[in-house]
Design a protein around this ligand. Structure first.
Ligand code: PGA
Length: 246
């Protein structure tokens, strides 16, 4: 399967930074196909601007969250229908920052995933253990509970991507060993095969302090089908180096 490298810009970039960043990626991509799909997920307010710059290029556009409802009295909310209408094809859901900072439960994440699918968006569903979970030996059971609770039963390989992001690796410069990554990704693959149609075809991304130095090794792990990149997605040089490190 063709891997995916996704940039999660989080709450970073003003208009000028975001434009320059994505214009640089469009330029690099016009010279070379690195053999993976490339997705950028800017803040909501920049989606229109970024969509104009990537239009006509193979760079893909996604958002970082959506509301579970389509329309209504939800002040500050952005729905999946709006994201689709704005040109997004993807949405990150259940990121650990949203689970922790916005008290998102597996149930809420699964409702958002269903809303995304109903509006033709591919959902990127994040799972991952905290350091306390890992030290307690519960990594596999934690990611299993999150996966089965956050991904609706009728999800398939076309509309859903899984991202394994250990919470303790996000933004810390720490990464799991390739053995630890292998163990979790293999477990997720078995769960997908046992619980979902075409489970073997789901892309499973790794995320958490991926950078231009460690990407080659991480991306060579079996059942790692790409990356979800935060900090290193904010410069053309670093992000492009990850895209070309397969
Ligand atoms: P990081 O973030 O690459 O900055 O660790 C990854 C993520 O949170 O998606």
């Amino acid at each position: 399967m063709r891997p995916l490298i996704a940039g999660n810009w989080k709450m970073n970039t003003l208009r000028a930074d975001g434009s320059a960043l994505v214009a640089g990626l469009v330029e690099q991509r016009s010279r070379k196909d690195p053999g993976c799909d490339i997705l950028v997920c800017p803040p909501f307010i920049s989606l229109g601007l970024i969509e104009d710059i990537i239009s006509g290029s193979p760079i893909l556009l996604g958002a970082q969250d959506c509301h579970k409802e389509e329309f209504g009295a939800y002040t500050g909310g952005i729905s999946a229908a709006m994201l689709s209408d704005a040109g997004c094809g993807f949405v990150i859901l259940g990121h650990s920052e949203r689970r922790a900072q916005n008290y998102e439960t597996d149930l809420l994440v699964s409702q958002k995933v269903s809303a995304a699918h109903a509006n033709d968006l591919v959902s990127i569903v994040c799972v991952g253990e905290t350091l306390i979970d890992r030290d307690a030996g519960s990594t596999l059971s934690v990611v299993e509970e999150q996966l089965l609770g956050s991904v609706p039963k009728n999800a398939n390989a076309k509309n859903t991507i899984i991202a394994y992001e250990p919470v303790w690796a996000i933004g810390t410069g720490k990464t799991p060993t390739t053995m630890q990554i292998t163990e979790v990704h293999d477990h997720l693959r078995v769960l997908l095969e046992n619980h979902f149609a075409e489970g073997g075809g789901f892309r499973i991304l790794y995320g958490g302090s991926m950078n231009s130095s460690n990407a080659g090794e991480i991306l060579s792990v079996k059942n790692v089908n790409g990356g979800l990149v935060g900090g290193a997605s904010l410069t053309v040089k670093d992000f492009w180096a990850i895209c070309t490190s397969f």
